[in-house]
Design a binder for this molecule. Structure first.
Ligand code: PLP
Length: 400
């Protein structure tokens, strides 16, 4: 077979997708599997978004889109940034992308050269490091330890920045830990970044609306306006509006960066599906009550999962501020043997044994750059969560 590209040798497949695939196989073989491995809302897309898509298709909105996004959606995004984030972006500072994922990839491709470093707070969303490598950059990491609520400490950030750092990626509320930053904490991060003017800052605000107990979301360009000319604010419809399959993300940033990203995207995809853009326009401009209603449901689920996991011997589960993940520490289970005779030396051993013996899929912390932990998504119905956490408790109790 002719050879594949060298740069792909370094790029791994997503561990959460691998775990979801294994769970699917076990299910197909007739097992009662509960998957808490995937970060996807179990709610429906709002009906007014679906109707807008249908109307757009019937009205002939089916031609190539403008490469930077439809005017209607860009204007809706402009209103959203103002309404939710107090950010003013001109229309030529906004880009519509195929999911938030493409905004991140466009930005890295448009700016990174070999040798550049992309600084990623760990634990991190699995794709960041792989995307940096695809863009020929080198991912570097700064730990956000559990004893600091999995938040980024300014002094650690300062120490991790080098002359080669091209980007800092921020993601609070975080996938995989759910940690969010207060305005004060974000201000301290911003103070550090003011000292390093050679670094771009990308903030992935995908979980903005999934935040609980009155904790207030904030985003760095609003917290420190002096940084706005080197911040890319990334967001999307997938998590907030349960629109993962529509593949629409958006971002706001300085005009030269957005222009370079449009160039990148126009070569890759010629823009974003017009029907999906009509749907997301309706979601952003339509009633927003569903965001708070769904957040209240997620909060109850989080409380249930945190309480049940903390009853499992060997597990300590921190209660996070947002997103729909918890990141329990499983250090107390290591060195033991499962009822099925599997030795648990690592979080990967734990996740595999849990899936094979109790048919619960979760993802090992190793995939997110911090062990020994599990990432558990609570974007699932309450009964499944109760059942799954009960099985995890049984699993831990049976370890010897
Ligand atoms: N950023 C984070 C932190 C995510 O968890 C995800 C999806 O899991 C994405 C970005 C990608 O979102 P989208 O579906 O908009 O591409």
């Amino acid at each position: 077979m002719p050879a594949l590209a060298q740069r792909l040798k370094e790029v791994s497949f997503s561990a959460s997708a691998a775990m979801t695939g294994k769970a699917r196989e076990l299910k197909a073989a007739g097992h009662n599997v509960i998957s808490l491995a995937i970060g996807e809302p179990d709610f429906e897309t709002p009906p007014h978004a679906i109707e807008a898509a249908y109307k757009a298709a019937l009205a002939g909105d089916t031609k190539y889109p403008p490469q930077d996004g439809t005017k209607a959606l860009k204007e809706a995004v402009q209103r959203k940034f103002k309404r939710d984030n107090n950010l003013d972006y001109a229309l030529d500072e906004i880009l519509i992308t195929n999911g938030g994922k493409q905004a991140i990839m466009d930005a890295l491709l448009a700016t990174c050269d070999p040798g550049d470093e992309v600084l990623i707070p760990a634990p991190y969303w699995v794709s960041y490091a792989e995307m940096a490598k695809l863009a020929t950059a080198t991912p570097t990491f700064v730990n956000c330890p559990q004893n600091n609520g999995f938040k980024l400490r300014p002094e650690d950030l300062d120490a991790a920045i080098t002359p080669k750092t091209k980007w800092l990626l921020l993601n609070f509320p975080s996938n995989p830990t759910g940690a969010a930053c207060s305005r004060e904490e974000m201000k301290a991060i911003a103070q550090v970044m003011l000292k390093h003017p050679h670094v771009w800052i990308m903030t992935d605000d995908m979980y903005e609306h999934l935040i609980y107990d009155g904790f207030e979301f904030c985003t760095i360009a609003d917290v420190e306006p002096a940084l706005k000319n080197r911040v890319l604010t990334v967001n999307g419809a997938s998590k907030s509006y349960a629109m993962t399959g529509w593949r629409v993300g958006f971002c706001g940033g300085p005009k030269p960066l957005i222009k370079a990203m449009v160039n990148m995207q126009s070569q890759l995809t010629s823009g974003v599906n017009t029907i999906s853009q009509a749907a997301v326009t309706a979601a952003l401009d339509g009633p927003q009550d569903l965001l708070a209603e769904r957040a209240a449901i997620y909060r109850d689920r989080r409380d249930l999962v945190v309480a049940m996991l903390n009853e499992a011997p060997g597990i300590i589960c921190h209660k996070p501020e947002g997103a729909f993940y918890v990141y329990p520490n499983i250090a107390g289970c290591l060195g033991k043997t499962s009822a099925g005779g599997r030795k648990i030396e690592t979080d990967t051993d734990f996740a595999m044994a849990l899936l094979e013996e109790k048919h619960v899929a979760a993802v090992q912390g190793a995939a997110y750059g911090m062990s020994p932990y599990l990432r558990i998504s609570y974007a699932a119905d309450t009964e499944s969560l109760r059942d799954a956490c009960g099985r995890i408790q049984d699993f831990c109790r049976s370890l010897t």
